[in-house]
Design a protein around this ligand. Structure first.
Ligand code: DGJ
Length: 732
């Protein structure tokens, strides 16, 4: 494993356990061309794949047919304005108004270990488990240098990439960057299909798979957050790709704002996949001596289908992205007040809920929205981060102390990025909201976005967070963000820097969350954005879990959690058991099913625990015992998607197996009952084929190979929305 440079042929070879990635320097201009990404190769004799020896685009005739060359050669980092008419990664505007940028190889370095990216979330790794390469390209006309940064991990089939653009000052005092994507993947089309995750509020990250056609297609966000609607992820699949076989090229962006993820099929049936920060209203002033760091893209290639891709992302994110004290720990079983009480609570109500929850085994009360200022409803008070003593006499400390005395931990909700027009903060500082002077800014959930790019605003917000978190024993924070960005204008930025606002906003959020992680390392942080509008690898760097969706209905959650788990580890998915009829869709599902579905995530409750039925009260201790028994497995194990209700319209099934393959937990949800049916045989995956497994609670013992190739029998159940957990333990 590692990175090699074939000096004679000027080829870079990046190897992971099962994949190779090759690029090289072309002789004529010094362009860095992409040669190959796929199954592991022995040698470096791949430059013919770039077709530089074929007409009409031979580089030695660059002078005459340069555009033919630029418009079809496979570039490692394509630039705009000089004749590559496909989508590019780098676009600029000079002070004179020109947009041409063209980059050739200058130098490179290879080293052990991975550098962090200043101000940005990124995967990490030490000298023992990763190797990094920097290839520097340069445009001598503009005096720009471009560092392409690559990392390979010792034990994972993942490669990460990022880009840093520098204005050396040798030619231009200022260059405006108008597009800086982080990665490009050029290759031949193989009748690929494009898989993306789409959605909306309460139905995030739904898998969509379509044939890849000619032209440009993809997903993007121009909402200032990664969004409910799109995920900064794309995968190109061979048409035969399934969970267990076929080719997958996947890209995922470690970023939490506007993005672009695009695949383009050109006139020669070549594919160009690109990913990075969205160019919408992006214009970054790069003065002499300054550099711009673009975020990281994770690339995963799998020849064993989507399942292997998923497990690579899970391992990478669990071991090289998520940080902090809670990373590998079982999280407390929480009782969140939102769906149980909404804004209608006081200390007594919360204590009563906590008492009822504690009796059944719940471990932490999370006080959601409504505890500060005059926050009676969602029309006011965001920004007024002072305890409402009418609701909570004695403040947070009294509440926390009383909870702690009954053995419950205390967590709190905040939405630090926002301000309500009806708030003391807005009345004092109307200019602190993002807005365009002279234009009435649009409201969303009756709130504005604070301009965190202003130092005084950021410091004020940080001051309130710090004061609150030091005022009582608060062990968890749910950091919410309930609107998209619009009316982009900042009083702090010069006119030629307004195009930096989207980007600087995300950097400011990162700065605040980094401070929180450093100052309060014991606090468990859960990111949230009106459900899952900012469920992205960027936020995962700061919080080990993210609220998956405001839709807590067990059946709706099947597709949401399936799409989320396609890339994200199960232990990151905020999932709660809530009351029925479900508050979002009005559906009634068995309490047991709600528990089984939530066990695939962080697990907790979000209901009024003082109003449980006897039957629910009877079930909760058992559910919590299951959580304690299986959460280590769910958090750290290998995940297999066995069946999808989204596809078969009848049932859903997934499996988590311990890394040593000694135990497997299979969750089966029969969404719709059918008449006169045999048992279903579900073929398990990832077991030890030569071992024997006992199905817990029965005297049935199966061969691991039989379970994988013959299948585990699942009897039909009476009624819709029923579920069962099947536990298989290896026989010694
Ligand atoms: C949106 C979140 O997703 C909910 O869980 C809840 O915290 C509300 N905001 C509170 O306003």
């Amino acid at each position: 494993m590692g990175i090699f440079y074939d000096e004679k042929n000027r080829i870079f070879k990046l190897d992971t356990p099962h994949t190779s990635y090759l690029m090289g320097v072309e002789d004529d201009f010094g362009y860095l061309l992409h040669y190959y990404y796929g199954p592991r190769l022995h040698g470096t004799d791949v430059s013919y794949l770039a077709r530089t020896g074929e007409p009409p685009y031979t580089p030695d005739r660059n002078g005459r047919d340069k555009l033919s060359f630029l418009d079809s050669a496979p570039f490692e980092y394509p630039t705009g304005g000089v004749g590559d008419f496909r989508t590019h990664c780098l676009e600029v505007c000079t002070a004179a108004g020109h947009n041409a940028v063209e980059a050739g190889y200058r130098r490179h370095s290879i080293r052990k270990g991975k550098k962090s990216l200043p101000g940005l979330p990124a995967t990490f790794g030490g000298e023992e488990d990763c190797t990094a390469l920097t290839v520097t390209l340069a445009d001598d006309v503009l005096g720009l240098e471009i560092d392409l940064e690559y990392t390979v991990f010792e034990d994972l089939d993942a490669i990460t990439r990022s880009v840093c653009v520098r204005n050396t000052g040798a030619k231009e005092p200022v260059v405006y960057l108008t597009k800086v994507l982080s990665a490009c993947l050029d290759m031949d089309d193989r009748d690929f299909e494009l898989l993306t995750l789409h959605g909306s509020w309460a139905r995030e990250r739904i898998i969509q798979r379509l044939p890849l056609g000619k032209g440009r297609q993809g997903v993007f966000s121009e909402r200032g957050e990664t969004s409910h609607q799109a995920q900064p992820f794309l995968a190109l699949l061979s048409p035969d790709a399934t969970q267990t076989g076929g080719e997958v090229y996947a890209m995922h962006l470690v970023w939490s704002g506007n993005f672009e993820a695009q695949a383009e099929v050109d006139q020669f049936d070549q594919v160009r996949a690109v990913m990075g920060v969205g160019p919408y209203h992006f214009r970054w002033k790069l003065a002499a001596g300054e550099s711009f760091q673009a975020p990281e893209v994770v690339m995963v290639y799998s020849r064993q289908g989507l399942g292997a891709m998923t497990r690579t992302f899970h391992d990478l994110y669990r071991n090289h992205l998520i940080r902090g004290q809670w990373k590998d720990k079982r999280r407390p079983v929480l009782l969140n007040s939102w769906e149980g009480a909404y804004f209608d609570f006081d200390t007594e109500k919360l204590l009563a809920m906590a008492r009822a929850g504690a009796e059944l085994g719940m471990e932490m009360l999370v006080m959601d929205d409504g505890w500060f200022g005059d926050r009676r409803d969602d029309n006011r008070a965001l920004g007024d981060w002072f305890v409402n003593e009418k609701k909570l006499p004695g403040g947070l400390k009294r509440l926390a102390d009383e909870l702690n005395a009954m053995g419950m931990k205390f967590g709190i909700w905040m939405e630090p990025e926002m301000v309500s027009p009806d708030s003391d903060l807005y009345r004092a500082h109307p200019d602190w909201a993002i807005q365009v002077p002279g234009r009435r800014a649009g409201l969303c959930r009756n709130q504005y976005v604070l301009d965190l790019t202003r130092r005084e605003v950021l410091e004020y917000v940080w001051g309130r967070i710090e004061a609150i978190l030091t005022s009582a024993n608060i062990e968890y924070v749910k950091w919410d963000m309930n609107r998209q960005l619009s009316d982009m204008g900042s009083f702090a930025l010069d006119s030629d820097r307004q195009g930096e606002l989207y980007h600087r906003y995300v950097l400011a959020v990162y700065e605040l969350q980094e401070r929180l992680c450093q100052r309060f390392p014991h606090v468990l942080l859960e990111n949230c954005s009106g459900g899952g509008a900012r469920y992205d690898p960027g936020m995962l760097y700061y919080s080990p879990q993210i609220w998956c969706s405001d839709d807590t209905d067990a059946i709706e959650r099947l597709a949401i959690q399936e799409g989320t788990a396609l890339v994200y580890p199960l232990g990151t998915m905020g999932a709660h058991v809530s009351a029925c009829p479900n508050h979002t869709v009005g559906r009634t599902t068995p309490f047991e099913t709600r528990g089984h579905v939530a066990l695939a995530g962080t697990f907790g409750y979000e209901l009024d625990s003082t109003r449980l039925t006897e039957e629910e009260r009877a079930q909760i201790p058992g559910q919590i015992a299951l959580y304690h028994r299986f959460n280590d497995l769910v958090r750290a194990g290998d995940y297999y998607r066995l069946a999808s209700f989204r596809e078969n319209h009848a049932f859903d099934c997934w499996q988590v197996t311990s890394k040593d393959r000694s135990a497997a937990l299979v969750t089966y949800v029969q969404v719709l009952a059918g008449a006169n049916r045999h048992s279903r045989r579900i073929c398990l995956q990832g077991l030890d084929g030569s071992a024997r497994y006992r199905l817990e609670g029965t005297d049935r013992v199966f061969g691991g190979d039989t379970l994988m190739y013959g299948g585990l029998p699942v009897e039909p159940m009476a009624g819709d929305h029923r579920s069962k957990l099947m536990i298989l333990i290896i026989e010694k």
